[in-house]
Design a binder for this molecule. Structure first.
Ligand code: SAH
Ligand code: F3S
Length: 480
């Protein structure tokens, strides 16, 4: 359960097993890269690593020997930005010992704070927004000429579709593939439309090509990524091969998310397919049928709701009310029996009363989610809520409501897991268990973590595991 900001991750810390070979003409310069925030940021870091490896950089896990230090940052909540600012201060002290070192800020915080970074954080040399990574080699040239460098232009077209990412995900089993960038939904609390710009979809052929390539390199699972995958839309065809001849997509001029999902599932039938994030207002029933029809599309949907109160959902501009969400959940459960469902929830949005909060709790009781990502409201500059609504729920009340929803979620997760005892699930092995050398861990289609004795199995194997017991967040079993 994620209730706090993700910690920064080192690039090389997660690189073992990386099978893709990158051509580079090494200049001996060393890059140290840390990522914060959402999966999309981790995926973007793989693009940045690809661009800079081609520009002659080698990666390092030792910040002290780096010529270039990049932080791929997150702005989603104030706490995420504070984490980055603290990290920059720490890097400043390291830079004092090696004054040649250059420090750059990438991602959402670069886009939000822009040139002000040079004044606010004296140690930042380079500021690059999420749509400007192709410009990194030029910008680094400007740094060599002794100038600070910045590019925060947002694009309506950039999808980095022809860049082969350097896989930093680590386990060699599971990889992210980005399918859309940006978001047009304008939820009133959310900074993403401002930092990541307009929504655009990636050429489906490049998506399929990347996935087939991953499959050839031994990967067994992909997660299609976008801020709002359900609004994926591609006009114009141009596919080299029709992976979906029998479906309506072959005749249709527009390719929607359900079509893409089916196309990917058929193009890589031996791989598991996941996706994130879905948006209730944009999720078509065709997506649910696609999951039900294809064994390799995982029975798991991350379906953020943010609040159980229709009044608050309206103020959030979420495009659906409580009843519509409940109807959608009913359809999910009917069309995909055994579907894992998770959520994002915010407590203490402006104007949230105890009655609204009680509606959130009652929605959770009704859905009984498998997982949850829960936060208290953090006002973000320039958003509609920041401009027009008073942040009027006191912090201690936001926190109390948060701890209540976390308590509900823990109880529901536990109840759901205990129902699995005695059943057998196919598990995709991801690696060694952290607790025991003799055990492996992996995930079920529903995204539950399963730990079981290693025997001769290895990461990347699909193993049928009979569940013997459940802890609060993990299933423990034995291979059949
Ligand atoms: N559609 C995106 C959402 C990104 S933000 C996706 O791909 O997941 C992830 C979650 O952060 C949101 O669903 C919301 O629950 C939370 N969040 C966004 N803005 C927030 C804010 N201002 N305060 C607290 N939580 C916020
Ligand atoms: Fe943010 Fe809403 Fe888009 S939460 S990323 S504006 S769907």
């Amino acid at each position: 359960m994620k209730t706090t900001e993700s910690r920064g991750k080192l690039l090389d810390e997660v690189r073992q097993g990386e099978p893709l070979i990158i051509e580079s003409s090494s200049t001996g310069k060393k890059l140290y890269l840390e990522s914060y925030g959402c999966q999309m940021n981790f995926s973007d870091s793989e693009i940045v690593a690809s661009i800079l490896t081609k520009d002659g950089y080698e990666t390092t896990t030792n910040v002290e020997e780096a010529d270039l230090v990049l932080l791929n940052t997150c702005s989603i909540r104030d706490k995420a930005e504070q984490t980055v600012r603290k990290r920059l201060k720490k890097l400043n002290s390291i830079k004092k010992k090696s004054p040649e070192m250059k420090i750059g800020v990438l991602g959402c915080m670069a886009e939000r704070v822009r040139e002000k970074f040079f004044e606010e954080e004296k140690l930042v040399d380079l500021v690059v927004g999420p749509d400007a990574y192709r410009d990194l080699p030029n910008l680094l040239g400007e740094l060599e000429d002794g100038r600070n460098a910045v590019n925060v232009l947002l694009s309506k077209e950039e999808t980095y579709d022809n860049i082969e990412p350097v896989r930093l995900g680590g386990n060699g089993v599971s990889a992210f593939v980005s399918i859309t960038r940006g978001c047009d939904n304008m939820c009133t609390f959310c900074v993403v439309p401002f930092t990541r710009g307009r929504e655009r979809s990636r050429d489906p052929q490049t998506i399929v090509d990347e996935i087939i390539d991953l499959s050839k390199n031994g990967y067994k699972e992909i997660t299609l990524l976008g801020q709002n995958v359900d609004s994926y839309l591609w006009y114009g065809g141009g596919l080299k091969k029709d992976f979906n001849k029998s479906s309506s997509m072959a005749q249709a001029t527009a390719l929607r998310f359900a079509d893409l999902l089916k196309m990917v599932a058929k193009a890589a039938p031996e791989m598991r397919v996941r996706f994130s994030t879905s948006n209730p207002q944009d999720m078509a029933d065709e997506v649910l049928y696609a999951i039900a029809e294809h064994d390799n599309i995982c029975n798991y949907i991350h379906l953020p709701v943010q609040s159980g109160s229709s009044r608050i959902l309206k103020a959030m501009n979420r495009g659906h009310d409580r009843e519509e969400y409940i109807e959608l959940i009913k359809r999910v459960k009917k069309i995909i029996p055994n579907c894992g469902i998770s959520h994002d929830m915010i407590t203490g949005f402006p104007g949230e009363t105890e009655e609204d909060h009680a509606e959130t709790l009652s929605l959770m009781e009704l859905v009984k989610y498998d997982f949850g990502y829960m936060f208290f409201y953090s006002e973000r500059p320039n958003t509609f809520a920041a401009r027009k609504l008073e942040d009027d729920v006191p912090l201690e009340i936001k926190k109390r409501r948060l701890s209540e929803i976390i308590e509900y979620q823990q109880r529901h997760s536990k109840e759901n897991l205990s129902k699995y005892v005695g059943k057998t699930f196919q598990v995709l092995v991801e690696g060694k268990s952290k607790k025991s050398e003799d055990d492996l861990y992996g995930r079920t289609s529903q995204n539950n973590v399963v730990v079981f004795p290693k025997k001769n199995f290895r990461p990347g194997d699909f193993v049928d595991v009979k569940i013997e017991r459940a802890t609060s967040a993990t299933l423990i079993g034995i291979s059949k």
